[in-house]
Design a binder for this molecule. Structure first.
Ligand SMILES: [Fe+2]
Length: 526
């Protein structure tokens, strides 16, 4: 038996015990530092691993392991230095079975972040890892590799999450996710927020709205100062995509919501993307030849059970149709003719083609599509016609119809679109012609509510429900995440929620559970 092989039940016990252990506390870290083998290197006054550790983008033989040295004034002499960091990977939670280790250099040009693509690992296995730099040792993280691409796999458990405005609540959803037995966390955007709403402030951002690299770095570091968020990163391997607030509200490609000169905005976007990369367990950073570009869209397989896409709905999209010339960004419109233009795209031509080609060729049981927002229509019928919010998929209806027509024409029955952004739990049927019973249901949609960000008022939500029979569940009054249990015969989606706002002592319950049966497009009451 390979030393990293542990039974599922054994693993579940270990994962739970691990999640509940106080290793993430500062006191325990100090013990770990004193007990660690100390190589040459800096002797730290203050723990540089205060932002925690993370793993992401698993492949059958590899996974990305991340940390960043956060160097304080007490260790100011190290700020300008290149640092050597060792990453150790183990096959067991007690760290008695070393598997491999890597030594990497990092410096201030990348905010002393560390990304190790831990390769040469076994598929479908669980690993534990930590980083060492001089006298300091990081907390321990748990990571998994994905199963072999043709392995028969009978289960995939995902926590779907998005929209964690730091000021609007506590990250208690991450505390519960950290303690669960999961394969992956799928985070679909609004990891940080650049802006504030003084109406809803349980805690405060440090600093003003970021526009420069150091300001975005500070914002990311503040979010990772949250112990619950760090615990969820340490406990699970994440897949990620982004939405707008990682840069600025409602940006579209090279245009921000104030119509600034695209060249000026692209410099801001480059700063935001660089800071995003420096704080996330992702394989690729900004393109060195064109730093305002960074590929985040990706596709992975979970054995024969599922293909899982993470799509980028921001970087390549066409600008919002019919904008308010004084305001920019998205808005609610009625009678906007530009929406009918078939050349407009949410994903950009290249990504849309890559995605739909992959979708039609996929032979795996489930096709799970992680993307930023709600795909089903949420327009409202008014005396002047149907409304459309131009920042969401309703602002790109031809692109949506094109993707769903591809699903229909290829006869794919097991496409499940997973989204966030709208701060409400949604279960919906997807048709080529939304809400038209003559247009068959071709795919299913599950949208998760926000971790903390405020949702729509009940009055507007009632109008949305009334105007959209395809939406079979919509609730914006609670915060949380969604637990997806993917099995060969079906997918179950459990909306896990706490009262709004998410308080530090928030208690979770199941708001509703929806099911999707293999071979039958559409969501059904579980
Ligand atoms: Fe959001």
């Amino acid at each position: 038996m390979n030393r990293s092989l542990v039974s599922r039940r054994d693993l579940n016990r270990r994962a739970l015990a691990w999640a509940l252990m106080p290793w993430l506390s500062a006191a325990a870290q100090a013990q770990a530092v004193s007990g660690a083998v100390q190589g040459a290197g800096p002797r730290w006054q203050v723990d540089p691993f205060s932002l925690g550790v993370a793993s992401g983008q698993p492949q059958p033989g590899s996974v990305v392991l991340w940390t960043r040295l956060r160097i304080t004034e007490a260790d100011a002499a190290f700020k300008a230095q290149s640092m050597s960091v060792v990453c150790e990977v183990f096959g067991d939670a007690a760290l008695r079975q070393p598997v491999r280790q890597w030594r990497v250099q990092t410096d201030a040009s990348r905010a002393h972040s560390v990304h190790v693509v831990a390769s040469g690992l076994q598929p479908g296995r669980h690993y534990w890892y930590r980083f060492v730099c001089g006298s300091a040792t990081s907390p321990v993280g748990h990571a998994c590799t994905s199963p072999g691409i043709n392995d028969p796999v009978d289960r995939l458990r995902i926590a779907l999450a998005s929209c964690q405005h730091y000021e609007q609540g506590y990250f208690v959803a991450h505390r519960e996710m950290a303690q669960r037995d999961l394969d992956l966390v799928l985070f679909v955007g609004d990891y940080i927020y650049e802006s504030s709403n003084p109406q809803y402030m349980l805690r405060k951002h440090v600093g003003a709205v970021p526009t420069l690299l150091d300001e975005y770095r500070e914002r990311h570091a503040q979010y990772k100062s949250d112990a619950d968020l760090r615990a969820c990163h340490a406990a699970h391997t994440w897949l990620m995509t982004w939405d707008d607030h990682e840069v600025v509200n409602d940006y579209a490609n090279d245009l921000d919501n104030k119509f600034n000169d695209p060249q000026v905005f692209l410099r801001r976007r480059a700063a935001a993307y660089q800071a995003y990369f420096e704080h996330m367990p992702v394989r690729l950073g900004p393109d060195p030849a064109s730093p305002s570009q960074m590929r985040i869209h990706d596709r992975m397989a979970w054995g024969q059970l599922a293909d899982l896409w993470t799509l980028d709905c921001r970087q390549y999209r066409d600008h919002q149709a019919c904008p308010d010339p004084n305001r920019g960004g998205g808005r609610v419109v009625v009678g906007c003719e530009a929406l009918a233009n078939p050349s407009r795209s949410m994903l950009g031509v290249a990504q849309e083609q890559w995605f739909t080609e992959g979708l039609t060729r996929s032979t795996r049981r489930w096709k799970l599509v992680g993307q930023s927002t709600q795909m089903s229509s949420s327009g409202v019928n008014t005396p002047l016609g149907r409304s459309a919010f131009t920042d969401g998929w309703d602002g790109y209806p031809q692109a949506r119809a094109r993707i769903l027509a591809t699903v229909a024409e290829a006869g794919l029955s097991n496409v499940v679109v997973l989204g966030g952004d709208v701060h409400m739990n949604v279960a919906a049927q997807l048709r080529v012609q939304p809400n038209d019973e003559r247009s068959p249901v071709v795919a299913s949609e599950i949208v998760t509510t926000s971790i903390t960000s405020r949702g729509l008022g009940e009055k507007l939500l009632a109008q949305i429900r009334e105007s959209n029979p395809d939406i079979v569940h919509a609730r914006s009054d609670e915060r949380g995440y969604t637990l997806l249990d993917v099995r060969p015969e079906g997918v179950s989606a459990e909306f896990r929620t706490t009262a709004n706002p998410a308080r530090a002592d928030g208690v979770f319950k199941t708001q509703a559970q929806w099911a999707i049966r293999s071979g039958v497009a559409g969501v059904q009451k579980a």
